[in-house]
Design a protein around this ligand. Structure first.
Ligand code: NAP
Length: 306
């Protein structure tokens, strides 16, 4: 059962969504508007600086004078602006909440989990449904079959936005009714992205210092990424199950590997801070008795109990 404080206002009905308001036409917002126009939606757009609306108007978008104007003309609103402060500034403009009453707002502006929960509560108090969205790709990768979009909020609102979401990406993952869920998962996936990127850059520096071809490096990393993704998915299941018996990769192997990376970076005269931190994390796991367990057992050092 859906907890009362997360329930969709009862007057928000499922309907065939045809007209959409897009509030914010930066890199991402203008991509959303273009994709929805291409999918045949009636699109009403508003942006703080009017200069960004010309190309969309030529493509068939209707220009709104204010965010309230855009919201009042559409059945469903999508917001995608710089940050939480910008989004709240827009929502507090005269007539915006009123124009959204009885409708749903899909918030694609990146919010913290706390900001998402508070915005959802405010939206509910104004009689509208609130969906938190987190786009996992850059604008160029939007609208593709594997484009991942995280979503949380009332199921009925998410269902009624199916056609809108399908035009934006082929892999829409609804994470439940809790408004903060999409923002939390966004932080979790970003943690992976930036951790992997930092490791990638370390590897690039080492390969370059040793005179290897960086295009080869990039191609090798790309080729190994799908199977690495499978491995990480397995490790997530291991953590969820709490059974860290070795099935794929013993933690002790990775201790040795990260020590070797640290040594090679150090000897090459490169900054070895990151491999040192990773090696230390794994060494702490060994010191706490997890050396004979699956690699994922290192999560217990970070704070997850077995
Ligand atoms: N681009 C990406 O790769 C990407 C990927 C995932 C998620 N996102 C998220 O999507 C959101 C938008 O990103 P973006 O790349 O489209 O950013 P952007 O190109 O910098 O555009 C920012 C937008 O916010 C508007 N804005 C800023 N402050 C405002 C204010 N006080 N009042 C009204 N409008 C304001 C800007 O209006 P003006 O034109 O008037 O300046 C512009 O439309 C961000 O929260 C970002 O984290 C972006």
């Amino acid at each position: 059962m859906v907890p009362q404080d997360m329930a969709t206002p009862t007057h928000i009905k499922e309907f065939e969504m045809k007209s959409i308001a897009i509030i914010g036409l930066g890199q991402m917002g203008s991509t959303l508007a273009r994709l929805l126009l291409e999918a045949g939606f009636e699109v009403h757009v508003w942006n703080r600086s009017p200069g960004k609306t010309a190309a969309l108007a030529e493509a068939g978008a209707h220009l709104a004078a204010t965010p309230a104007d855009a919201a009042s003309r559409a059945q469903f609103a999508v917001m995608c602006v710089h940050d939480h402060a910008a989004a709240m500034e827009i929502l507090s403009q005269q007539g915006v909440w009123h124009a959204l009453k009885g409708k749903a707002l899909l918030q694609f502006t990146t919010f913290s989990p706390q900001e998402a929960a508070a915005a959802s509560e405010a939206a509910r108090a104004h009689g509208m449904a609130y969906l938190s969205g987190a786009i996992q790709v850059a604008p160029e990768q939007m609208g593709k079959p594997d484009t991942t979009i995280l979503l949380s909020g009332p199921r009925t609102a998410a269902d009624s936005a199916n056609a809108v979401l399908a035009a934006l990406g082929g892999n829409v993952v609804w994470l439940g009714e809790r408004a903060a869920a999409a923002a939390i998962m966004d932080l979790a996936t970003l943690s992976f992205v930036y951790g992997a990127t930092a490791g990638f850059l370390q590897g690039a520096a080492l390969a370059q210092r040793e005179g290897l071809d960086l295009e080869h490096y990039g191609a090798i990393v790309q080729a190994m990424s799908p199977s690495f993704g499978e491995f990480l998915r397995h490790e997530a299941k291991v953590i969820a199950s709490g059974d860290f018996a070795v099935t794929q990769s013993p933690l002790s192997i990775s201790v040795n590997a990260t020590r070797r990376i640290h040594g090679a970076m150090h000897e090459a005269g490169l900054d070895a801070t990151l491999p040192a931190v990773i090696a230390q994390l794994l060494e702490r796991a060994v010191a706490q008795g997890y050396g004979g367990e699956e690699l994922a057992a290192a999560v217990k050092v970070i704070g997850v109990k077995s």
